[in-house]
Design a protein around this ligand. Structure first.
Ligand code: 3PG
Length: 305
């Protein structure tokens, strides 16, 4: 059986070595397509693949249609908004993610971005400390929990909103649960987003939430650009000279926002939350284990379709 690793943004070499060894010792063959620039290359490469491992690469209906032998797609990472689940299901292809494997890298970046904004983008002048400030975490999943723990280390007061997580779990971890999203925004100097992009969340971070944040507030987005209502973001930034936005996923309107609002808006040039050797190894090896586990033994843990 052939497993294709197709990554427009490649894994670290150490991750590839480990993935190759897992795949080959399970009796499978590994194929590698890295830094491709055209969807046609991916469509050609999946033609004889039984398994596919990707990162944020788009596995569209067109890609799936070019993969008659494909049985499993593993997204080495958390968010699977890049996979057309309906197209996979229609062709009896199992789709999986690797939850938690790259979370620490994303959480560390969230704190790094907060410090960068608190210290005026590392320009000369008086900045501020995180200590004593309130951080609101929107979605207390794998990344949100780690952000909470790191922020507590900085002496921040941490709140969280997550209707899917019991309040007692947050309390046990020193986090204050809030039961309304508006309250989270109202009380937090920083709000850190850890929601997936889906039909419920797209453009859900809008004017009515952002405008509730207190004076000097900063919105931190290491999740997905799609969850922000960009027109509303521009309005809040225009109305509030104290408001800041920092993202690992540049808004489509980033160039305009930067021109209008300068260093109050910052985005990494390319999504880099999970771009550490450790996260690549953790997520890549997990993905390889899951792909061979499904192909050889039918194990479908972390199936998302
Ligand atoms: C994820 O959903 O796991 C992160 O956004 C990482 O994405 P990446 O693999 O493209 O860096």
């Amino acid at each position: 059986m052939k497993i294709l690793i197709a990554t427009e943004k490649p894994f670290a070499a150490a991750a590839i070595d480990g993935m190759r060894s897992i795949v080959e010792s399970a009796g499978c063959e590994l194929a590698l397509l890295e830094k491709y620039t055209d969807k046609a290359q991916l469509c050609a490469a999946v033609a004889d693949a039984d398994g596919l491992i990707v990162r944020s690469d788009k596995v569209t209906a067109e890609v799936v249609a070019h993969a008659p032998k494909l049985k499993v797609v593993v997204r080495a990472g958390a968010g699977y908004d890049n996979i057309d689940l309906a197209a996979c299901s229609a062709q009896n292809i199992v789709a999986m993610n690797t939850p938690g494997q790259n979370s620490n890298a994303v959480a560390e970046l969230a704190l790094g971005l907060m410090i960068y904004m608190a210290r005026n983008n590392f320009n000369p002048g008086t900045g501020a400390e995180l200590k004593g400030k309130t951080l609101g975490i929107q979605a207390y999943g794998n990344v949100g929990r780690l952000v909470a723990r790191l922020a507590q280390g900085f002496g921040m007061n941490v709140l969280a909103f997550d209707p899917f997580v019991p309040a007692e779990k947050m309390v046990a971890e020193g986090v204050t649960p809030v039961d309304a999203l508006a309250e989270l925004y109202k009380r937090s100097d920083y709000v850190s987003l850890h929601i997936p992009a889906n039909d419920q969340t797209r453009k859900s971070v809008n004017y009515s939430l952002m405008s509730l944040m207190p004076k000097g507030a900063c919105l931190v987005n290491t999740a997905r650009k799609e969850v922000i209502d960009e027109a509303d973001l521009a309005t809040v930034l225009a109305e509030r000279p104290d408001f800041k936005y920092v993202a690992d996923v540049a808004p489509d309107s980033f160039a305009d926002l930067r021109e209008q609002f300068g260093t109050r808006v910052f985005a990494t040039p390319k999504k880099m939350g999970a771009e550490t050797a450790e996260a690549n190894v953790n997520a890549g090896l997990a993905a390889a284990h899951q792909a061979v586990g499904y192909l050889n033994d039918g194990v479908d843990r972390f199936r998302v379709n």
